[in-house]
Design a protein around this ligand. Structure first.
Ligand SMILES: [Zn+2]
Ligand SMILES: [Zn+2]
Length: 303
């Protein structure tokens, strides 16, 4: 499989881990709020036919490389607050790049505010280091067919509300207030137009299930691309189903622990899981228990 690592054109430091070219249109999110435009670990060119007719095809033609938001060990926000401030998150203004390399070189634009999907884009001058390994791509068509079958299941459990708790993603000491799920089983259902995750756990009351709405694009990222089902707590994996009453969901990792927060109309709760409990539940749902098609681990930036 081919992968590309983007590097700074001025100092040559890596700006991204190794990323693969996105080919599966189902995993793009061109509309939903608070959801990454594309999965971590992948890139897409702004002029790709998959983006034709979208907002992304119209803006920032000098910044053709689109990726998911990256934590600050790769790319930094511009030090000038006027370039980054939005009403609830990172926003941008024309002609004022808001992402910089650690050397200070302005290399991109990023968006993480409240309307529409979140993304980063890199300038055409970024250096692209290509690599090819002899792994063959996983059977995406087979996995997609399986995901469609899984999501077709009806959701019969009423959504359980574990009770409000005041948990802040970036205050790890507050995570102890969330309900801890020592064991859990994941299912999904509801149909492609309104999918949800259904979480069963012995730590919930008998027969109670957590029901978490998730956009189809996000579910495909997890089930077909086997995207990591979390991100660092500095920049959590986020999604929001396009349904109007859908809550915002964030999944973040700190060391060996994962926090899921859910808040929106009528829902405000959080649960924690161990990293392995959460990862294993996803692997069982995908039916890829024990397999891995991660790029090898050397995706940390150099010294
Ligand atoms: Zn640099
Ligand atoms: Zn806002």
């Amino acid at each position: 499989m081919r992968s590309i690592r983007f590097r700074c054109p001025r100092c040559d430091v890596p700006l991204t881990p190794r990323l693969r070219a996105l080919e599966l249109a189902e995993v793009l999110c061109l509309q939903a709020d608070q959801t990454w435009l594309l999965p971590a670990g992948w890139f897409v060119r702004r002029d790709d036919p998959m983006l034709a007719g979208s907002y992304q095809a119209e803006v920032l033609p000098d910044y053709p490389w689109l990726l998911a938001p990256l934590p600050s060990r790769w790319v930094l926000l511009h030090p000038d607050p006027a370039r980054i401030v939005g009403c609830c998150g990172l926003n941008w203004r024309p002609d004022e790049p808001n992402l910089v390399c650690r050397c200070g070189h302005e290399i991109g634009f990023g968006y993480g505010d409240c309307i529409g999907p979140h993304w980063y884009s890199l300038h055409a001058s970024t250096v692209r280091e290509e690599a090819v390994n002899d792994q063959s791509p996983p059977d995406y068509a087979g996995r997609l067919a399986r995901a469609r079958e899984l999501v077709a299941a009806p959701i019969t459990s009423p959504p359980h509300q574990p009770g409000r708790c005041l948990v802040m993603t970036d205050e790890v000491s507050s995570w102890d207030q969330a309900l801890h799920l020592a064991e859990l089983e994941l299912a999904c259902g509801g149909g492609i137009d309104d999918p949800a995750l259904v979480i069963a756990s012995p730590q919930l009351p008998a027969d109670a299930r957590l029901v978490v709405r998730i956009p189809w694009c996000q579910l495909v990222r997890q089930l077909v691309l086997a995207e990591k089902p979390w991100a660092e707590n500095e920049l959590p994996l986020a999604w929001k189903s396009p349904r109007e009453d859908a809550p915002q969901v964030e999944v973040s990792r700190h060391r060996r622990r994962v926090l899921m927060t859910v808040w929106g109309p009528g829902s405000e709760w959080a649960v924690t899981m161990s990293l392995s409990t959460w990862a294993d539940a996803w692997a069982r749902l995908r039916g890829t228990d024990g397999e891995s098609d991660d790029l090898d681990e050397a995706d940390e930036p150099g010294p």
